[in-house]
Design a protein around this ligand. Structure first.
Ligand code: ZN
Length: 174
C-alpha cells in the first residue's frame, strides 16, 4: 500500500534534515547520524533468522544497527536505511536482550511507524541513487543546477524517464 499524502509529506520533510552522502556510502550516513545524536551507532553483521533482517538496538550510551550478515551491499543499504529511518523518526530502539542469543531479532513497531520508516527509507535510497546510470547525465546536471527545485518525487518520476519528460527538465530544444 502506498503511503498517504500526509505520510509522504512528513517523510519528505524528515529527509531534508538528513545528510545523504554523495557518493552514496551507508556507513558514512550511519556515522553522521551517530554524531548528530551524540550516540555512536555501531553496525553489526548478524546471522538473522525468522525473516527479520534488521534491528535497531538501543544500549545505554550507543546504538546498534544489526543487519543480516550475508546481505549484498545493496540489500545491506536497504536494511540499514530502514533502521536509520526508525532512528531519525524518533521511534524506539529494542533492548540489548535482542542480542542475547541467535534467535529471531525483534522488530516491534506499530503499523503507522512501520509505514513511515519504510517510506523514509525508500526516499533515502531514491536520493542516494542520484548518480545511478538510469538517470541520463544531462538530466543529472540540470537537476544539480536547479538543486532547490528538485524534489524526491520529481526525481522518482525522472527515473525511467521518457524523452518528453526530459525536455521538461532541459527546457525547450532550440
Ligand atoms: Zn521497521
Amino acid at each position: 500500500m502506498p503511503p498517504s499524502r500526509e505520510v509522504f509529506a512528513e517523510c519528505s520533510s524528515a529527509l531534508e534534515g538528513l545528510a545523504i552522502p554523495d557518493p552514496w556510502d551507508v556507513v558514512a550516513l550511519v556515522e553522521w547520524l551517530g554524531q548528530q545524536r551524540g550516540r555512536p551507532i555501531i553496525l553489526i553483521p548478524w546471522p538473522t533468522a525468522g525473516g527479520v533482517t534488521g534491528c535497531w538496538v538501543a544500549a545505554a550510551h550507543q546504538d546498534y544497527i544489526v543487519y543480516e550478515r550475508t546481505a549484498t551491499p545493496l540489500h545491506r543499504s536497504v536494511i540499514v536505511c530502514h533502521e536509520v529511518a526508525h532512528i531519525w523518526l524518533g521511534h524506539r530502539g529494542h533492548s540489548t536482550n535482542a542480542l542475547a542469543d541467535e534467535s529471531a531479532l525483534p522488530h516491534d513497531y506499530r503499523d503507522d511507524e512501520e509505514i513511515r520508516a519504510e517510506t523514509l527509507a525508500e526516499l533515502i535510497l531514491e536520493k542516494a541513487a542520484l548518480p545511478a546510470p538510469k538517470v541520463p547525465a544531462d538530466v543529472l546536471r540540470v537537476m544539480k543546477t536547479l538543486d532547490q527545485g528538485v524534489t524526491v518525487d520529481s526525481l522518482a518520476d525522472q527515473r525511467g524517464v521518457s524523452a518528453r519528460g526530459r525536455r521538461r527538465w532541459l527546457g525547450p530544444r532550440t
